[in-house]
Design a protein around this ligand. Structure first.
Ligand SMILES: [Zn+2]
Length: 243
């Protein structure tokens, strides 16, 4: 692997503009398993009587807010992914000019909490919540610690909305456009904890027109051959070795 690190360092040194895409592997390396993953999906259906595709939707938020927030607190907020060495390593790369934009589909704001400045949280974050009517914002703690099962706006008495993309919802169009532009600008695209066929990113990756596509992911994938370089490991074991 050390040869690959040296080569990757050379790629970054020569890259004019580098963009990183952070997928679900960035949460898995912090011990978090997504609710859509097979190993969790069955337990969720047993526990709630519905699958996550039904629970984590605006339909449930609107019509069954108690169940929605029980699910959201238990499965999304109570055991978030632990921060790994990846976030600070990305921030260090950004600081020394080797990384220009980090785009993540995870809702835990991992790159920014690691210190990155130019971040696109494609699906929003658990830290942003507002009242859909008066737009008053509420911190994560308000959702977590609400004495009622459903956190209500203090003024309007209606459920506060976590500003995350729920399943089946359109992604914020400004973020989509910005993501497309950033990828189109990139000379090097890093796929961190995600594969080329990623449900979230595959559509955006089509806009990549640069020189080097690098995958750092612990799971091999049959499309890996089309990348310039593949490192089969967790990003947290690789990124801190770069300078
Ligand atoms: Zn309100």
């Amino acid at each position: 692997m050390d040869d690959k690190i040296i080569l990757l360092q050379k790629i970054l040194d020569n890259s004019r503009y580098t963009v990183a895409l952070c997928g679900s592997g960035m949460m898995e390396e912090g011990g978090f398993i997504g609710v859509k993953k097979q190993e969790k999906a069955y337990a969720i259906e047993e526990k709630y009587g519905y699958c996550s595709d039904e629970l984590y939707t605006s339909g449930f938020y609107n019509t069954r807010p108690e169940l929605f927030f029980t699910f959201y607190r238990n499965e999304m907020l109570d055991f978030p992914p632990e921060l790994t060495a990846s976030g600070p390593a990305l921030a260090a790369l950004e600081q020394n000019g080797h990384l220009h934009c980090t785009i993540t589909s995870n809702i835990y704001d991992i790159p920014r909490r690691g210190g990155c400045k130019n971040v696109i949280n494609l699906h929003g974050t658990i830290y942003d919540n507002h009242c859909p009517r008066c737009k008053k914002t509420y911190p994560l703690e308000y959702i977590k610690n609400s004495k009622r099962k459903v956190p209500l706006c203090e003024h309007c008495n209606i459920p506060v909305r976590p500003l995350v993309s729920l399943f089946g919802e359109m992604v914020d169009s400004q973020r989509m456009t910005k993501t497309t532009l950033e990828i189109g600008k990139a000379d090097t695209l890093l796929l961190l904890g995600t594969a080329l066929d990623s449900e979230v990113f595959s559509h955006y990756i089509k806009y990549f027109n640069g020189r080097w596509l690098v995958i750092i992911h612990h799971k091999p994938h049959y499309m890996d051959y089309s990348a310039s370089m593949v490192i089969l490991d967790h990003p947290k074991n690789v990124l801190p070795k770069l300078t």
